[in-house]
Design a protein around this ligand. Structure first.
Ligand code: 6R9
Length: 651
């Protein structure tokens, strides 16, 4: 049981200045659990409703009738909440600071008024292209302000956006366009990142193989490079904008109308389209943004995620803008032009809250402190992390070198499915423990279950699987087009609870420590990857007969991808073939899925019923084969000796 000697208490000033101190958290949490509907009815007032809801929650977690509704009879518009309602008071305040890839290029400051004009025009362009309420629009964009305009434009007219991370390949993009039956794809000509440019429009053309003659594409000019063009189906945003008005009244949406779909990896098969709706999601994104980061009026907030991930949705766009914040959008990478870029940007824009991923911190930590030390980081008030457990070494570096031992760190645990933070320390309220997500957010009831019997484990100093016993407004509502899959994935293993897929410990003080996924999902640089996805990409190659993929500990990425590959009869293993398979997976899924290690496996360890024994493969990949556990059910024990002998990860 991790039990760090040092905890870090907030200073008296921090506790006083924060929205809640320790006592405030206890009281508010208790109230949120004692009468959730009263609590959330009050919280729903933080957003502007066209018609205020009279109902609060309508929730059923029973398999076969899973149903989740919040604020059901209320109506609202998300874009109006993120823009219009701020105009009177903060029209000239900066809504978005955009920091381009090249440090020498000028940053842009977009005020709320300007944001309003951009989004209205954008929305009218979409209408002009035939997009209406309920239609799906796929975004495949660099981190440019137009990505935020596009999201908000969809929200304004009631279209459902589905963002595909621009690092995904054309094939992965195509699968998602098909899965949600998108009417329009929004992209840019090129996407500069870390000094290199990806031609996004060409990827879109490849992705549209099945729908080449039907799906329209709206293109933002970013680089001005040569791109492939389909006359009559492709449109430049800047040209379309010349002919539309900048008046676009926001559509009145039901609280339970879908706001967006976001595809995420699961333990089996195809990515799932996680559906979030309008009223509950916005309430939850706004509230968590305010409390977790102790956001106050006038603060400059920076979340370094990409809008292609849920973190970018909730904490670059929807949460901060609903709160009238100034949110920073960064096009580049942490190490370009050098490992000081994050801190240069923090200094330049006087960032108050900074939110990033452990994998980025580990990479920067490895470059040495000199990249941090030259910068004035005195505006920082809160530091945050997300995406994977943060190891105490990285935590301490973040705390001492970046925060100079004065700035609280919030280690936020949540998921694409949860819409916003479910467990996190709160600045000013929590005695921080390096590596622990610590305590539930308001209204969240976590439970630890015994994995095989599903019994609730009471008390402290315990370990098991993590489930949530109740619903919250930001919870996903369904899997797009497959409600049965939604029920099966999240509500069937542990009936009556939302199953997170994570394991956890609850320590002697009652604080939670996330121990990682308990399903076949691995976490590479904070990004979820289903081992099944990588396996199906590998076996799609003509020379591959079979494959099994597992995670193994990786210094920078958290987990690396270890692939065991059995080749077709007669195919000889070689370094060239290894390269070929790496490139293959990159084009099938994207660079983030490229295996770090590929081991040629003449056979895979299987039970007599033919199930691959992943437990054994994980151990070998971890270079920990002394503890293989029970191998008595193996069909061919000799297979394991060969795999150990030729293992790729030797410490
Ligand atoms: C927001 C996001 C979700 C999975 C989740 C867990 C891991 C996220 C974490 C964390 C430990 C944290 N995870 N935050 N593990 N501590 N602070 O990352 O969403 O991409 O859906 O990933 O990431 O395993 O189940 P998503």
């Amino acid at each position: 049981m991790p039990n760090p000697d040092t905890t870090y208490a907030p200073s008296a000033e921090q506790a006083k200045a924060a929205h809640v101190d320790a006592k405030g958290y206890e009281e508010m949490y208790a109230a949120s659990i004692a009468d959730p509907d009263a609590f959330w009815a009050e919280q729903a007032k933080r957003i502007d409703w066209m018609k205020a809801p009279t109902k609060v929650s309508d929730v059923n977690f029973d398999l076969g009738s899973v149903n989740i509704k919040w604020f059901e009879d209320g109506t609202l518009n998300v874009a109006a909440n993120c823009i219009d309602r701020h105009l009177a008071e903060r029209g000239t305040q900066t809504a978005i600071i955009w920091e381009p890839d090249e440090a020498t290029d000028e940053a842009q400051h977009i005020t709320y008024q300007q944001l309003h004009a951009h989004v209205c025009k954008f929305a009218n362009v979409l209408k002009e292209m035939g997009v209406g309420k309920g239609d799906r629009v796929v975004l495949y964009m660099p981190m440019i302000p137009q990505a935020a305009y596009a999201m908000l434009a969809c929200a304004r007219i009631g279209a459902i956006h589905s963002i595909v991370f621009a690092g995904f390949s054309a094939d992965a993009l195509g699968a998602r366009i098909d899965a949600c039956d998108a009417k329009v794809v929004i992209t840019s000509d090129g996407a500069p990142r870390g000094g290199r440019v990806t031609n996004l429009k060409d990827n879109v053309n490849k992705a549209l193989l099945n729908d080449f003659d039907t799906v329209k594409c709206l293109v933002v000019k970013r680089t001005g490079q040569q791109i492939a063009w389909r006359d009559g189906l492709d449109f430049w945003l800047h040209e379309m904008e010349e002919n539309v008005s900048n008046d676009c009244p926001p559509e009145e949406m039901g609280a339970e109308d879908p706001l967006f779909i976001l595809y995420t990896s699961g333990s089996t098969g195809q990515p799932k389209g996680v559906v979030h709706t309008t009223g509950g999601y916005l309430t939850y994104a706004a509230m968590t943004h305010e409390y977790t980061f102790d956001y106050h009026d006038g603060d400059i907030f920076w979340c370094t995620a990409d809008v292609g991930w849920v973190t970018g949705h909730s904490y670059i766009v929807y949460g901060p803008l609903a709160n009238g914040a100034t949110t920073l959008m960064f096009e580049g990478v942490p190490t370009y032009p050098d490992a000081g870029r994050f801190w240069d940007v923090c200094q330049k824009h006087k960032v108050n809250q900074f939110y990033t991923a452990p994998t980025a911190l580990r990479a920067l930590m490895g470059q040495g402190n000199s990249f941090v030390e030259g910068y004035d980081l005195s505006d920082l008030k809160v530091l945050g992390t997300v995406g994977e457990p943060i190891n105490p070494e990285a935590w301490n570096w973040y705390y001492n070198v970046v925060g100079k031992g004065k700035v609280p760190i919030v280690d936020t645990w949540w998921q694409t499915e949860t819409g916003g933070h479910l467990m996190t320390p709160l600045p000013g309220a929590t005695n921080l423990k390096p590596g622990s997500a610590q305590q539930p957010f308001f209204g969240i009831k976590p439970l630890v279950l015994e994995p095989t019997t599903a019994e609730v484990i009471e008390g402290n100093d315990v370990e098991g699987v993590l489930v949530i016993a109740n619903s919250w407004p930001g919870q996903m509502r369904t899997v797009w087009g497959d409600h049965e899959r939604f029920e099966k994935t999240y509500f069937s293993d542990y009936p009556g609870y939302y199953f997170t897929g994570d394991g956890c410990k609850r320590d002697a003080d009652g604080d939670y420590w996330i121990t990682g996924r308990v399903d076949d999902v691995i976490n590479v640089s904070g990004h979820r990857m289903g081992t099944a996805e990588v396996e199906s990409a590998l076996v799609a190659h003509e020379k591959v007969a079979e494959s099994a993929v597992v995670g193994y500990p990786h210094d920078i990425k958290g987990q690396g991808i270890y692939a065991y590959v059995t080749l077709m009869n007669g195919v000889e293993p070689s370094d060239e073939l290894r390269k070929e398979l790496e490139t293959w997976v990159r084009t099938e899924i994207g660079p983030i899925a490229k295996p770090d290690l590929i081991q040629w496996a003449p056979g895979l360890p299987k039970t007599r019923s033919g199930k691959i024994m992943r437990r054994i493969l994980r151990k070998i990949a971890e270079d920990d084969f002394g503890a293989l556990g029970d191998t008595s059910t193996l069909a061919e024990p000799a297979v394991v000796d060969d795999l150990i002998e030729n293992r790729m990860n030797r410490k």
